[in-house]
Design a protein around this ligand. Structure first.
Ligand SMILES: [Zn+2]
Length: 259
């Protein structure tokens, strides 16, 4: 396992996300009526539509979790208060080395990439932003069904905002101190998204949320820096394929050994 506090490598992704179908990333703000909940899309103060980096990270994390669980890899239940590594346990260890080897032995495959309350993430997504000059926001009719006690269902028509297909969002992803297979995991999830297996945002059942990720990657490693090279180098297709291969090999391995 690569420690978090040394400089081993950095990967810089420039990502263009195209909405292949309309998309609804809700603002989560409640309107005056309880039926207005989440009907507008999320925008920054300038009016550009955004997909928060935290939402992007959440989608990548939860889908990697599902894949690994499918391979019977044990992933911790951090949200449920049962993390693989608990920072409160630090005092049980005499020194940094023994604490680190405890982490190395017990950290789950997902926390080791996306972080947890006890240690930092190796993956950092910026908010994805559409330029307000090219984004096109439309309205759709929806029917909200509210179930109240002793009332079967209250149906109400309401409008919700969608960002039209063809809208392009731009974002950046930084990965730090990662193994090849960990970069490969991200590429694996991108392939799933591009093949329509993962959708984003709300109203997915109405056919919304299919995105296409196009990207280029640059990297910089510790050896480069010691040679006085500070400019990240672009990865070619072969190198990207090798990273994907590393994730496939890792998936086969973790499935067998159940690390
Ligand atoms: Zn974990």
């Amino acid at each position: 396992m690569i420690p978090f506090d040394t400089f081993k490598n950095k990967y810089f992704f420039d990502i263009y996300i195209t909405a292949e179908t309309p998309i609804h990333i809700g603002s989560g703000e409640e309107g005056l009526s309880p039926l207005d909940i989440d009907s507008s899309v999320l925008k920054d103060s300038e009016g550009n539509t955004i997909i928060p980096g935290s939402s992007l990270k959440g989608v990548f994390r939860s889908n990697l979790e599902q894949i690994l669980r499918g391979k019977n890899v044990k992933i911790c239940d951090e949200v449920g208060g049962n993390p693989c590594i608990n920072s409160k346990d630090r005092k049980k260890f005499d020194n940094e080395d023994s604490w680190f080897s405890h982490i190395e032995k017990n950290i789950c495959e997902v926390c080791n990439l996306f972080g947890s309350n006890s240690f930092s993430s190796r993956v950092f997504f910026s908010d994805a932003m559409a330029d307000k000059k090219q984004q096109n926001i439309n309205y759709r009719d929806g029917v909200k069904i509210r179930r109240d006690t002793e009332v079967a269902a209250i149906k109400a028509k309401y409008d919700y905002e969608i960002v039209s297909s063809g809208t392009i969002f731009k974002t950046e992803l930084l990965m730090e101190n990662v193994e090849d297979y960990q970069v490969g995991y991200i590429l694996f999830i991108i392939d799933m998204i591009n093949n329509g297996l993962i959708r984003f945002g709300g109203k997915k059942s109405a056919g919304l949320g299919k995105l296409k990720f196009q990207f280029n990657i640059k990297s910089l490693n510790f050896d480069d820096i010691t040679k006085g090279i500070f400019e990240p180098k672009a990865l070619n297709e072969n190198q990207i394929e090798n990273l994907k291969k590393a994730s496939i090999e890792r998936l086969a391995k973790v499935g067998e050994t159940n690390v």
